[in-house]
Every structure is written in structure tokens, then in C-alpha cells.
Design a protein around this ligand. Structure first.
Ligand SMILES: *Cc1c(COP(=O)(O)O)cnc(C)c1O
Length: 393
């Protein structure tokens, strides 16, 4: 196998080609190595591999070719950045916290983050002495006011789920750094194809590969990318604690990454078209999509994102019954909470993804009973419109 110099390649090229290695057979599509360990030629080689003196594979959970390729491609290899593959997106978030934080330290997080992340920060980490202050709305000053001397991480998701609130990555990086903290950005919605938080000053980026990196709803996976000094700490935690990515999932995600950029562009274009159509419906009270000029943070989104992304939400006029009528009349859109698929999905957040959090927390996040979220896929926007029109009445 020979390594390729990828240092001059752009992201689009890396997504297709990074981590490309060939075995002695010269296969064009990357091979999948289903093996739980690797053999050494002799005792000296085993010792050298274990000590790190010689690069190469030791044990599959640590050094699996497919996993490293996925990580290289997701992170943009050869840019003095590290990228560590994890079993899921949540494993990426948990591993980051466990690797970088001590008991007694503090997190400042936006309130509008993934439901499981809210549960992790709000209900589980306090048992280990790590407290979180949730900032209810996105103003930079609200984050600054929440900082404490013990704050270690500022954690945001932008655009947020499901209301597509946009956070100013560069400004929040300054707030975090001024207080000696790190900015962590969950980049699940945009992926590196549309938004590069590390280039805007973030210290670490979280990916759920379960979503757009695979892009076809097949496997679970995640990644943590950033400066090597930080990702090496995350790697040490993973090596010990075990939430590593399976070889098969890594290989599937690697195939998904090859089409990531074109999928994100096409799905974003479909989302914009659908958002504009929804905005013109008399039965729709409000549409949330950063690509719309009417979005309150459209200018900020245009600065830090290449496009609006593929996720939108909207409020129907009426209550839960009106929202459920739209869902129940869908024949084309899939009724599922997953997102990031080539197949368009529709969700009623208040009774599903955000059903576990308290009604007060939901209200504080602005998630009403009449809200629906759509993760737009690759079908014709005309067919999506016809499907929604039926339930809108
Ligand atoms: C799905 C999701 C996660 C968690 O990813 P899993 O791979 O499902 O664990 C984290 N953040 C966001 C924004 C997500 O949508």
C-alpha cells in the first residue's frame, strides 16, 4: 500500500479521494477489512507497532484501515488536523467531554441542541460533577454572560434543530477563547461540504456520520475533528473506553462521503425551493430556513454557510391536530425522525425528537405543537409539494 500526498487537495477532492489506499490487488473501490486483529512478522515488529515507533495496525478497534480513511476524508487529511472516528455522533460528543473535562468544570451550551445532547449535558454529566448552563437564545452576549472561571467548553449546533437558529461561530470562538475555553461545534446539519467551523475559529467539530456523511440512512457513525493535540486526547479515551466505529460502518460511510458535496448542494437547492413554496401557502404561519431572505439571521447564514442546508421547519396555522393532518396525509415523505437521508423525512418534533424534554424546556426552545420539521432529500420538489399540499388542505 502506498500513501498519497493529499496536502494540496480541496475538500471536494478529499471527500472523494482521501485515505485512498490499495492492497496488492490494486482494487479501485476501497477494500473492506473484516478482521479483529493484525499479525506481526516477528516479536520486534509487534513491539515497534505497539510503542508507535513503527506506523501500522495493532488491534482493529484502534487502527482499522477503513475507519482511518473515513476519518481522513471527513476531517480533511493533511492539514495538521486530526479526525477520530466514533461509533455514533453521540459517542463523539461523549468522548470529547470525557477526554477534555474534569469534575468541577462547566459547559455553556445553546439550549437548542440535539435532544440526546441536552439529556447528556443536563441529566447525566451533573452526576460526574460537570454542570451545564443552557443559553436560551443565540445572542453572543448571552453566552459571554454565562461563562464562569471553570467553563471549559462552549458547545453549539448551527443551524439548530428544528428551528434553524444560526449561531455566529467566529464571535463565539472569541467569547470561548477570551475565557480560556474551547468552542465545540456540532456540524451535523451542514457537514464540511457547506460549513467549516474550524476555519472560523472553532476548536473541535462534531459529526454524526449517521446523517449526511453516510447520506442514505444505512449505518451509525460519528467523528471528532480539530487540532491534533485535542483529537489525540479523544483518541486515548476511545482506545480505553471502546465507543469506536465498526469497520463495516466505516466502509459504508467512506462510500457515502464520495457523493457528499453533490448531495448537499442538490438537497439544499430542493430545500430552498420547498421553503419558498411553503412561505406562500396561506395555511402556513411561519417557515424557518436560513436560506430564506425572511430568516432573521439570513445575512449571518450567508456569511458562514455555503447554502441554507437541507433542513427546514414550519408552523401550520392551528394546533397539534393541524400539524398531524399534514404528517398523516404524506404518501411520499417518510414519517421518521431521522434526517440526512436522500429520502425526504417529516417529523413532529414536539411529540417525537423533543418529546422527552419537559414542556417548559420545549416552550423555552420555541418548539410548538404546530411545528413540523422536514429534512429534504433528492426527490423532485414538485412531488414533495404535492404530498404536503394534501394535508395542508
Ligand atoms: C443525530 C444527531 C446527533 C447524534 O448522532 P448519532 O449518530 O445519532 O448518535 C448529534 N447531533 C445532531 C445535530 C444530530 O442531528
Amino acid at each position: 500500500m502506498s500513501a498519497v500526498d493529499t496536502s494540496g487537495w480541496s475538500f471536494d477532492t478529499l471527500a472523494v479521494r482521501a485515505g485512498q489506499e490499495r492492497s496488492q490487488f490494486g482494487e479501485h473501490s476501497e477494500a473492506l477489512y473484516l478482521t479483529s486483529s493484525f499479525v506481526f512478522e516477528n516479536a520486534a515488529q509487534a513491539a515497534a507497532r505497539f510503542s508507535g515507533a513503527e506506523p501500522g495496525n495493532v488491534l482493529r478497534p484502534l487502527h482499522q484501515p477503513d475507519r482511518q480513511r473515513h476519518a481522513d476524508a471527513a476531517g480533511g487529511a493533511g492539514r495538521r488536523r486530526g479526525c477520530i472516528a466514533t461509533a455514533t455522533g453521540m459517542a463523539a460528543i461523549l468522548s470529547t467531554v470525557m477526554a477534555l473535562m474534569q469534575s468541577g468544570e462547566h459547559i455553556v451550551a445553546s439550549r437548542s441542541i440535539f435532544g440526546a445532547t441536552q439529556q447528556l449535558f443536563g441529566a447525566i454529566l451533573p452526576r460526574f460533577g460537570v454542570d451545564t448552563t443552557f443559553v436560551e437564545r443565540g445572542a453572543v452576549e448571552a453566552f459571554r454572560a454565562a461563562m464562569r472561571p471553570t467553563t471549559k467548553l462552549v458547545f453549539i449546533e448551527t443551524p439548530s434543530n428544528p428551528l434553524t437558529e444560526v449561531f455566529d461561530i467566529a464571535a463565539l470562538a472569541e467569547v470561548a477563547h477570551a475565557a480560556g475555553a474551547l468552542l465545540v461545534v456540532d456540524n451535523c446539519f451542514c457537514t464540511p461540504a457547506l460549513q467549516r467551523p474550524l476555519e472560523l475559529g472553532a476548536d473541535l467539530v462534531i459529526h454524526s456520520a449517521t446523517k449526511y456523511l453516510d447520506g442514505q440512512g444505512r449505518v451509525l457513525g460519528g467523528a471528532v475533528c480539530g487540532a491534533r493535540t485535542l483529537t489525540e486526547e479523544v483518541f486515548k479515551f476511545l482506545r480505553t473506553a471502546g465507543p469506536t466505529l465498526s469497520a463495516f460502518n466505516a466502509w459504508v460511510i467512506l462510500k457515502g462521503l464520495e457523493t457528499l458535496s453533490v448531495r448537499m448542494q442538490a438537497q439544499s437547492a430542493n430545500a430552498l425551493q420547498l421553503a419558498q413554496w411553503l412561505e406562500d401557502r396561506p395555511q402556513v404561519a411561519r417557515v424557518y430556513y436560513p436560506g430564506l431572505v425572511s430568516h432573521p439571521q439570513h445575512a449571518l447564514a450567508s456569511r458562514q454557510q455555503a447554502s441554507g442546508g437541507a433542513i427546514l421547519s414550519f408552523e401550520v396555522k392551528g394546533d397539534r391536530a393541524a400539524a398531524w393532518r399534514v404528517v398523516d396525509n404524506c404518501r411520499l415523505l417518510s414519517i421518521t425522525a431521522n434526517l440526512g437521508d436522500t429520502k425526504t423525512t417529516i417529523t413532529h418534533p414536539a411529540s417525537t425528537t423533543h418529546g422527552r424534554i419537559t414542556a417548559e424546556a420545549r416552550a423555552a426552545s420555541g418548539i410548538g405543537e404546530n411545528l413540523l420539521r422536514i429534512a429534504v432529500g433528492l426527490e423532485s420538489p414538485m412531488d414533495l409539494q404535492a404530498d404536503l399540499a394534501r394535508g395542508l388542505g
